[in-house]
Design a protein around this ligand. Structure first.
Ligand SMILES: [Zn+2]
Ligand SMILES: [Zn+2]
Length: 426
């Protein structure tokens, strides 16, 4: 895990950071650090070679290689010399409203079943439905602690918050209008599995997500079941994309391929590309060629063109051009100041005072905010953020040291978190 970067080895000869693009290398709570960046620093200090490995490098690392700060080593061939799978887009704007599984994907699943081969179907949301909504008045159910809809988990018969784990049994009728028609809206893996079981009643369908892998050995059983051919279709969240090598999988379907793209984060496209390239890479690892179907509402997005042609470098060029224009990493530096507290007005006031205290911005530094965080309330705390963006690190350091000159940068009842090089900005 990431803390291994601190291992007190007396004489290390090499540091390897595999899957270096993984966001989980950043520890975002308590002592904040990025294990990949620390590995590079440790390598520099101890004159050690550092090897970063990934099929979809982070744009940060890619740009470093482009700039000649690191050496780029290419693996020219896919494992076992297999050809890359054929990637096709399914234009969901041409399907009836609320279609979960398109005709092309169902047809491909059918054909794969008939050939006795296996399929993976990815939908990056667990639970049955994104939320429950009253069919009469439109009321939904939100978490009492967070500004977020509760996800409907049908098997557990619970409405659940995926952030604070609050859960409740849904009421029989709408608390607002008394209507009894509570409709599940949007799909999760649980619903996907159920729909597939309806269409393919004879197929053996398993599901891999956090709900089905919580028990001891459950994840291993699913993997072994796939290897032994006990399942025909494996449905799951991004868990199914991670590193598995199932030789009999010849079809990969992604239900909502553009969903992560709509996340309001400047790394959304980078992450979506990595996820899609990774899950696509699960198809055709054995003797038979693989096929990948991506259901999307944004066929024209350059990302899908690049995924289709396995053109990582083309994607990077396009994406890096945007980043350069907007001054985002790797061409700029960010610090996110997050204020949180129980009293919304107090947090607002503290944020205003903090901006005043920072004073006028030096040249090259831009201050954005204060603004509500994407999750304006999380675990009962109201949250505001101030984002500092700069073309170089030095002025950011000077600004932050200005904060330290003050005994208490924020009043009591409000907490302040400095996140340098933030990875998640919700
Ligand atoms: Zn209602
Ligand atoms: Zn919550």
């Amino acid at each position: 895990a990431r803390s291994a970067v601190f291992a007190p080895l007396p004489q290390p000869g090499l540091i390897v950071v595999d899957e270096e693009h993984e966001a989980s290398y950043k520890q975002s709570e308590g002592f904040r650090y990025h294990a990949r960046d620390l590995a590079l620093l440790r390598g520099q200090q101890q004159s050690l070679p550092v090897l970063l490995g990934s099929a979809t490098p982070s744009l940060q690392s890619w740009q470093r290689a482009v700039d000649g700060k690191t050496t780029l080593l290419r693996l020219g061939r896919r494992t076992g010399g297999r050809p890359l799978p054929q990637v096709e887009l399914v234009d969901m704007t041409q399907t009836p409203y609320r279609t979960l599984l398109s005709e092309p994907l169902l047809g491909a699943l059918q054909a794969t079943l008939e050939r006795g081969e296996q399929s993976l179907v990815l939908l990056n949301r667990r639970g049955f439905a994104a939320f429950l909504q009253c069919g009469d008045c439109g009321r939904g159910f939100t978490c009492p602690n967070c500004d977020i809809s509760l996800t409907w988990h049908r098997q557990q018969r619970r409405l659940r918050c995926h952030y604070c784990d609050y859960h409740q049994i849904p009421p029989e009728s709408c608390p607002a209008c008394g209507g009894t028609d509570l409709e599940p809206m949007g799909a999760g893996t649980e619903r996907l599995q159920m729909e597939l079981e309806k269409v393919f009643p004879d197929a053996r369908i398993a599901r891999m997500d956090r709900d089905t892998t919580g028990g001891k050995g459950a994840h291993r059983q699913l993997v072994e079941g796939m290897m032994a051919g006990r399942f025909d279709i494996l449905v799951g969240t991004q868990m199914v994309a991670k590193g598995h090598d199932f030789p009999a999988v010849t079809l990969v379907g992604v239900v909502n391929a553009d969903a992560p793209l709509n996340f309001p984060d400047f790394r959304a496209a980078e992450r979506t590309f990595a996820l899609l390239a990774q899950v696509a890479g699960r198809a055709g690892r054995g003797e038979r060629p693989g096929r990948v179907l991506l259901q999307t509402y944004s066929c024209d997005h350059y990302l899908f063109g690049a995924v289709k042609t396995h053109d990582f470098e083309g994607f990077c060029r396009q994406e890096l051009a945007f980043r350069r224009e907007l001054g985002y990493p790797p061409f700029g530096y960010l610090v996110n100041l997050v204020l949180a507290g129980n009293d919304a007005q107090r947090v607002d006031r503290a944020a205003e005072e903090l901006v005043a205290h920072l004073g006028p911005m030096p040249a090259g530094v831009e201050l954005l905010g204060p603004a509500p965080c994407l999750l304006a309330r999380l675990r009962g705390k109201h949250r505001r953020q101030i984002l500092l963006k700069s073309s170089s690190r030095a002025p950011l350091h000077r600004l932050l040291s200005r904060l330290q000159t003050r005994k208490k940068p924020v009043p009591s009842g409000v907490s302040l978190t400095l996140d340098v090089d933030p990875v998640d900005m919700f």
